[in-house]
Write a protein that binds this ligand. Structure first.
Ligand code: SF4
Length: 483
């Protein structure tokens, strides 16, 4: 008698956007695997039974990329019968519009509510929903078009301080430890400690999609971290929209230092790396825990967006420049060797040459080791989109190039100064057919910074920590010999 092999439903994932989307997809993949499905990174050459596209709606470019990807899989659906699911930020924000534009979409879900999305993937339940402030889901299908449109339209010209907005905004709730299935086998993973944001930066559409600040319970984060460490992760990247506010919605106090202490006290050899610190809430307690816990990498990502007080005011961001510069100087003196990463937006409405010059001056003083520069993107539904004096794209590009050119010099000078120093490096992998390895030290975050190329006669393994001496450098990458 021949055994009947039950074919598992194959679910393919397309992850667009930020590291928070990576975590969300790992939750969903974990739930689907729990429910007996096979999960994989979607590959058009071997179409899965179901494809789940996690979209991004942050900038126009990201929205265009999301729609392009949905249309690409709509063609695969026609040819191979793959069910097409669309989730995440763009679906949360513009679900109705997407369904009108791409009727091939089989199911659509906003942000969060992963258990419910898992049912949709399995073909159960209402096929279209977005998430509301209680973390529950509204059935787009059931909800009368006008109400849905009302929600969608209401979001499009709202002032973030608007109580109504806060009343209707989504809230992503992770009530308990969810199974997580990592898609990427590299030695780093992401720990999303909260989602959503209560800040009101006038250029930013994230609160429209991710809603209000919602911390993940501490025990859930400890469980997730232990599981990642058991699964071979050796670098835990701590992410959110703003990690400094962790716990404020849970216990009315900022609990990031305590959380980091707990995480850094777990068994094993690993690093914690901190991203998305809000400039006005980088506290002495945070610096104290970084000094006390060697597992916390001497690396801080503090998106400043700008450093001219006039522009910061128009951005509705902390605009006390002197205080911000003092905080950055304090980090330099309290945490010797710390690597500072920041992000600037150039070409914000009304940005004058003088205002732009303040950025160049600050770069020369603080000398950020790592810098990302974005040109201002006029995003529908954000207050800044209504501001006068929108600048031409040419001006924005010119200013971005000027900043990146200056940063390349600063980065090259920093890299040269590393020659001869010794540092601990995390091995990512081997360069095929060579005794070279790709690695990163505390100064290089995965995918956004350079790497350390390490030569070693003895075989090294992904996830291994080694000591190396820097022997050479170029603009962003270092070369080293194992010691
Ligand atoms: S803090 Fe970040 S996510 Fe929050 S509104 Fe400002 S830019 Fe957007």
């Amino acid at each position: 008698m021949t055994a009947v092999i039950e074919q598992k439903i194959r679910v393919g994932f397309v992850t667009l956007g930020c590291d928070k989307n990576t975590v969300d997809n790992e939750y969903l993949a974990g739930l689907l695997k729990r429910d007996g499905m096979a999960v994989e990174v979607a590959n058009e050459a071997a179409p899965p039974d179901v494809v789940v596209i996690t979209t991004c709606g942050f900038l126009q470019a990201a929205k265009d990329q999301s729609k392009e990807e949905i249309r690409r899989w709509a063609r695969v659906r026609k040819r191979a019968g793959t069910r097409l699911g669309v989730i995440g930020c763009l679906a949360q924000r513009s679900g109705e519009e997407l369904l009108r534009e791409i009727p091939e979409i089989d199911f659509l879900a906003g942000v969060g509510d992963f258990e419910r999305v898992a049912k949709l993937v399995a073909g159960e339940g209402k096929s279209r929903f977005v998430t509301n402030t209680n973390g529950e889901s509204w059935d787009l299908a059931q909800q009368s078009a006008s109400a849905a449109d009302e929600t969608m339209t209401a979001q499009s010209d709202i002032d973030f301080d608007d109580r109504a907005f806060k009343k209707n905004a989504p809230r992503i709730v992770i009530p308990r430890t969810l199974p997580r299935q990592r898609m990427d086998r590299r030695p780093h993973g992401f720990l999303k400690i909260s989602d959503g944001c209560n800040h009101t930066c006038t250029f930013c559409s994230i609160p429209l999609m991710k809603g209000v600040y919602s911390s993940v319970p501490r025990q859930v984060l400890l469980d997730e971290t232990k599981r990642m460490l058991d699964d071979g992760v050796r670098e835990i990247n701590i992410v959110a929209q703003d990690i400094t506010k962790y716990g404020l919605d849970l216990e009315k106090r900022m609990m990031l230092p305590e959380l980091l202490n707990d995480l850094a006290s777990l068994e094993g050899e690993f690093w914690l790396r901190l991203f998305y610190l809000y400039p006005s809430t980088v506290t002495k307690d945070l610096i104290a825990v970084m000094k006390a816990q060697p597992r916390i990498a001497r690396y801080l990502d503090i998106p400043l967006q700008h450093l001219d007080e006039g522009v910061l005011r128009r951005m509705k961001r902390p605009h006390d420049r002197a205080r911000t510069m003092d905080m950055l100087r304090m980090l330099r003196s309290e945490l010797p060797g710390v690597t500072l990463r920041t992000t600037f937006i150039v070409g914000f409405p009304g940005e004058s040459n003088d205002e732009f010059q303040t950025l160049l001056d600050a770069m020369d003083e603080i000398r950020f080791e790592r810098l990302g520069v974005f040109t201002y993107s006029r995003e529908e539904g954000t207050p800044a989109a209504q501001l006068p004096n929108q600048l031409p794209e040419k001006t924005k590009q010119r200013r971005k190039e000027k900043l990146m050119k200056r940063q390349a010099q600063i980065s090259a000078e920093w890299a040269q100064a590393q020659i001869g120093t010794e540092r601990t490096c995390l091995i990512e992998g081997r360069v095929p057919d060579s005794d070279w390895y790709v690695a990163r030290s505390e100064s290089e975050a995965a995918d956004i910074d350079g790497v350390v190329r390490v030569r070693s006669a003895r075989e090294l393994h992904s996830g291994e920590f080694i000591r190396a001496r820097i022997s050479d450098a170029d603009v962003y990458d270092l070369t080293a010999e194992i010691i």
